[in-house]
Design a protein around this ligand. Structure first.
Ligand code: KG4
Ligand code: ZN
Length: 352
């Protein structure tokens, strides 16, 4: 166990998470408590309930993270918490706890941007792996695919600049909306992906949104086309409810496969464009939607074809977690950038 020991806290949305990393970036523990069950009856995350749940869950989550890591709170040397973007009330819980721990122990505190956490998460190694992760290279391209973002970043010597982002819906968000229309419970993305696996590839086709020749993404067109196609199917099949327990009909599975192919196809389209402009030295792919099965199958082949080195986030860190927050803080700490616990504020929308 190398020093400094870092405690990470993440409460930006509906996961209460705490993690402990050692100074070489080994994940000693990463605990995520999901609030899915409490939000499910409402079909989405209820901000007020999320904040209350974070407060209620924190004692158990933090105790478990410390116990699993074998680290005592008093031995933690650097504290980090997500400052945004996210739900302000939810962020405030983790941020206030982090500030208090840092202040009480006189330790450095890092208020971390949620996307910075995702961006560097492909470099983490699974919890308990005795091998420390290799430090991220000076130059790489980060692709963050989540429920709130579809973004391409260029990272150069710790400086992050945006190459492209979605003009409307995020990729995970459209998976959720399509699933919701079919009666699936929140979060619908993983389930839509699972059902798409059973569709016949090529049985239906939906166009990939080109959107000029830049690197921005757009998913609202694909969303509308898919919702219209569902409506057309309902004219012949009757109302569709994939949560009814009935086995889904093949045309529905085929439509979901076509939807997923167009959604993932857009990601590859933008990667192609970028690669043509300026060869990608290394591509780091992260975020909840980086769990997508089709994407994970096709990315390694694409990268190999183009001679691009690929870091695909380990599945345990694709969704929101605190290991990525502690990791981003550790990278900052190494660059000597310590924060002031009292200057950090929770913010719902902040640029990276
Ligand atoms: O990173 P994340 O946990 O939270 C945000 O920062 O947004 O991402 C959650 C998003 C949700 O929209 C969820 O439906 C989507 O990631 N997601 C998926 C899959 N697993 C999670 N989308 C497509 N395919 C999946 N397998
Ligand atoms: Zn996230």
């Amino acid at each position: 166990m190398r020093h400094p020991l870092v405690l990470g806290i993440e409460t930006s949305c509906d996961d209460t998470a705490c993690a402990v990393l050692d100074g070489e970036g080994r994940v000693l523990s990463s605990v995520v408590s999901s609030q899915l069950a409490v939000h499910r009856p409402y079909g989405g995350v209820v901000p007020e309930i999320a904040s209350r749940e974070h407060l209620a869950n924190w004692p158990v989550v933090s105790r478990e993270a410390l116990e699993r890591s074998g680290v005592k709170l008093g031995d933690v040397e650097v504290v980090a918490a997500t400052r945004g973007p996210g739900l302000v009330g939810a962020l405030l819980v983790g941020l206030s706890i982090g500030k208090a721990i840092a202040f009480a122990g006189g330790r450095p505190f890092h208020a971390v941007h949620h996307l910075e956490g995702h961006l560097f998460s492909p470099f983490l190694r699974p919890p308990g792996d005795p091998e420390p992760p290799a430090p991220p290279p000076g130059r790489f391209v980060g692709l963050v695919l989540s429920g709130g973002h579809t973004s391409l970043f260029a990272v150069e010597d710790g400086e992050i600049s945006t190459l492209g982002e979605t003009r409307d819906d995020a990729i995970g968000e459209v998976f959720d909306k399509v699933g919701k229309r079919l009666g699936l419970p929140y979060p619908q993305g993983p389930k839509v992906d699972e059902l798409a696996e059973r569709g016949t590839p090529g049985a239906q086709k939906l166009p990939v949104a080109r959107f000029g020749d830049g690197l921005d993404f757009s998913y609202s067109g694909l969303k509308s086309q898919t919702l219209l196609a569902i409506e057309r199917l309902e004219r012949t099949l009757g109302p569709l409810d994939l949560d009814s327990g009935e086995p889904p009909q093949q045309p529905v599975l085929d439509l979901l496969a076509a939807f997923r192919e167009a959604a993932v196809g857009q990601v590859f389209d933008r990667l192609e464009r970028l690669q043509e402009r300026q060869p990608i030295p290394l591509l780091a792919v992260s975020g909840g939607a980086a769990a997508n099965r089709l994407l994970r199958r096709e990315l390694p082949a694409w990268a190999e074809r183009h001679g691009v080195e690929l870091r695909l986030v380990p599945l345990v860190y694709s969704g929101d977690n605190a290991a990525m927050i502690a990791h981003a803080a550790l990278l900052r700490h190494r660059r000597g950038a310590a924060g002031d616990p009292f200057a950090a504020e929770a913010e719902s929308r902040i640029p990276l």
